[in-house]
Design a protein around this ligand. Sequence first.
Ligand SMILES: Cc1cc2nc3c(=O)[nH]c(=O)nc-3n(C[C@H](O)[C@H](O)[C@H](O)COP(=O)(O)OP(=O)(O)OC[C@H]3O[C@@H](n4cnc5c(N)ncnc54)[C@H](O)[C@@H]3O)c2cc1C
Length: 391
Amino acid sequence: MTAITCDALIVGGGVAGLFALDALRARGLSALLIELTALGSGQTTASQGILHAGVKYALAGAVGDDAGEVSRAAALWKERLCEPAGDLASVKKLANSCFLWRTAGVRGMVGMAAAAYALESRPLPVAASDRPRWLDEVAGDVMKLPETVIDPRSLLDVLARRHIGQLARGRVAHVMRVGELLQIEIEARVPMTVRCRELILAAGSGNEQLSRLAGEPLSMQRRPLRQAFVRGALPMVFGHCIDGAKTRITVTSEQLNGGEVVWNVGGELAERGASMDAHEFAQHARSEIEGAVRGLSLSGFEFASHLVDRAEPQTQSGRRPPRAFAHSAHGVTTLWPVKLVLAPGIADEIAEKVAGRVAGEGTAPIAWPSTIERLALADRPWQSAQWSLLS
Ligand SMILES: Cc1cc2nc3c(=O)[nH]c(=O)nc-3n(C[C@H](O)[C@H](O)[C@H](O)COP(=O)(O)OP(=O)(O)OC[C@H]3O[C@@H](n4cnc5c(N)ncnc54)[C@H](O)[C@@H]3O)c2cc1C
């Protein structure tokens, strides 16, 4: 059995784990990451990649300062993404802004007014002559929000390339304490023992079981979504359709290699869709999308859907936790970023604390042995979805 000693072992290679690895190594700590399957195979590759200006949370009103938190986080991202010297400048940006439009009727009007009032980055009205064609038949005001949309798989790629030698595939089998250190047994192509001061659990839906294994159990909640995908000769659409205090649909788009476009559609549609079967959902999604994008007919387009859980710390209400979550005790930190946009901020906070605890006693930089299995990036969910033609 090969044994390695390092400052920190991170478990889970989604956006949370990779940002944590990046932040720890930037502070000179020796850190390694272990992932069960492929990088970002849970929530990150399913994500819509919106660096939120906070529209959803501003609409919900009751959830306090969430909208402010995400929009402040989005501003920090901008420096890293958009400045030429920013370390994330090579991440693929899909859009620099999102449209905000409303359903017809009073609920839509009230929702639009609430969003415009509550958002930190004020949406700007779009003149009728500047609207894209797909908004031609939409009633009422259309606004534009300064929300950047990124390709989350490209983000994982940029982060992973920086730390190739520190990423490996394996499964944590046992965690025990040996004096000041944690000893972690890893089942992998070549079984490994890792001894470290700090264990960081960033495994999304895997965190509950891992936190038990590490002797620091935490309760988790899963909030399921059923995302809708539409594929064909579609326009590139980025935006939210507002209905009262809800985002009826949120659409992001990606151009595929053959030139076709795939829409990833979430929002209230995906929340409700989680309790429907695939067939019922296809009908519901079609009527919601056609109702929100007036004048659009989905006949002749392909449709698919994808069920995925948002994994978060348990809240009393069962609703979304108000902010990114990290809990540390006895060298074990459990991390749920709650939103992709919040992942770098919470990773920096954790790394700062770990650096303080390890101060002066750190081990030399380290990589996995070359015999261990390396990691691939997970596909985006529509790449393996079951498509059917809409009549
Ligand atoms: C459909 C959808 C759309 C979203 N859209 C947005 C958005 O537009 N903007 C935004 O800010 N946020 C969005 N989010 C939220 C955001 O995607 C998540 O908060 C974020 O990706 C969570 O990252 P993570 O690294 O914690 O988890 P994950 O991405 O789930 O990664 C966890 C990783 O851990 C691995 N793993 C699991 N168990 C183990 C184990 N035992 N050992 C080792 N590895 C393990 C998994 O294979 C996976 O690679 C969205 C989420 C969903 C589901």
